[in-house]
Design a binder for this molecule. Structure first.
Ligand SMILES: [Zn+2]
Length: 398
């Protein structure tokens, strides 16, 4: 890793955000390899806390952040919730895995949650029995929290469950987080909970946090906490409004500065003013992990968005969830979580459409399992590719 001195970058040269481009993009691999060197010598002045990512990309990344940087999380969430009428102290239901909810909730957090009126519902491999229990709780508690905050896939699964059982529960708003929210899932969640969905985005390491306003046209990002760039594969800025890698510079963390940090996510930046009047720029078209690709035998790269928006998954009543795994260049395993008896004709139609997108040379096996693969934090991974990008050699994947 090169230091500022070798890069001929003097802090006094820094006049505007564009000057940051003199510095290389910071990746998880660079941070792991230079863990000590990247910590400020006076880090103790900022009451640093040890933290780690939830490990959605495999190995969790350990890092330090200031007490102030840590304190940005909930205020950003509250600002997001306020768009839908939420006021500080209103009861809140959290439906998630470890990213919002550790396996063992520390006493301090339990007290905090109680004081804040937060009720936690676990979303790890959300089973029929659990959903039945959650429904009983909601129907038997007229004063239940009217705002739900949770993983998009869990909210979708539960909403599907409510609709298929003809159950009626009324919420004021659902806030989704941690996963890509396809349009089709949004529609189902809105029907199931009888309210609008507001998507949110967060990347702790770079303090990049974003929320949807009442216009639902992209996510306003917290420019007070982070500076955002969108770059292409070579690290060059993309054209206005084009999709690329989201690169965040953390403006809060002095203990371990994250400058031009690659969030690993794809999205685009919109500079046009929003009809809501907020001055915060918007992130649009958040497509999920930049490295979520399926490679085809005919040499194409298909981004995971293909499966995020794959219509048969949403239009087939007995399909509740899915996971796509590539273990060879010409082989996929599609795991389906069934809700009811699988129908052979539906599977055939689904395979036809997959072959139309991926080519006839791709072999596709369909298996059924009520437990889909998730990350250690319980987030749903739509696609997982176990092979290296063809022709890329044994590159380091982070
Ligand atoms: Zn807006």
């Amino acid at each position: 890793m090169l230091g500022f001195r070798q890069l001929v970058f003097k802090p006094e040269d820094f006049k505007e955000f564009g000057d940051l481009r003199a510095l290389p993009i910071l990746t998880k691999a660079i941070i792991r390899d230079n863990f000590e060197a990247l910590q400020a010598r006076n880090k103790q002045d900022f009451a640093p806390r040890r933290n780690q990512t939830s490990g959605s990309t495999g190995q969790p990344l350990v890092f330090f952040w200031d007490r102030d940087a840590h304190s940005c999380g909930w205020p950003n969430a509250w600002r997001a919730f306020a768009v839908a009428g939420f006021q500080l102290g209103d009861p809140l239901l959290i439906l998630s895995g470890g990213a919002l909810m550790p396996k063992v909730t520390p006493l301090r957090q339990r007290i905090y949650y109680q004081l804040m009126g937060i009720t936690q519902l676990r979303a790890y491999h959300l089973s029929e029995e659990e959903m039945a229990g959650y429904l009983t709780y909601l129907q038997g508690t007229p004063g239940h929290p009217k705002y739900l905050y949770g993983y998009a896939s869990a909210a979708y699964l539960f909403a599907r469950y409510l609709i298929s059982r003809g159950a009626s529960v009324q919420f004021k708003a659902v806030f989704t987080t941690a996963e890509v929210l396809p349009l089709q899932q949004r529609g189902v969640i809105e029907r199931g909970f009888g309210c609008r969905v507001f998507d949110t985005y967060g990347n702790n390491e770079s303090c990049l946090a974003a929320f949807e306003c009442e216009q639902h046209t992209g996510l306003h990002y917290a420019m007070e906490n982070a500076f955002l760039e969108v770059v292409d594969e070579r690290g060059e800025p993309v054209g206005e409004g084009e999709t690329g890698r989201l690169i965040g510079t953390n403006l809060e963390n002095y203990a371990m500065p994250f400058i031009r940090y690659d969030s690993g996510d794809l999205g685009r930046l919109t500079r046009e003013p929003c009809a809501c009047g907020r001055g915060l720029l918007r992130i649009g078209n958040i497509m999920g992990r930049a490295r979520d690709f399926i490679y085809t035998p005919d040499g194409r790269e298909i981004h995971g968005a293909f499966f995020n928006h794959f219509e048969p998954f949403y239009r087939t009543p007995w399909i509740a969830g899915w996971h796509v795994l590539q273990d060879r260049i010409d082989h996929l395993v599609v795991t389906i979580r069934p809700d009811g008896e699988p129908v052979e004709a539906d599977v055939e139609r689904m395979l036809e459409l997959m072959h139309a997108g991926l080519g006839e040379d791709m072999r596709i096996d369909v298996v059924y399992d009520s437990k889909l693969h998730t990350t250690p934090a319980g987030k749903q991974k739509v696609i997982e590719c176990l092979i290296e990008k063809p022709g890329a050699g044994a590159g380091k994947r982070d």
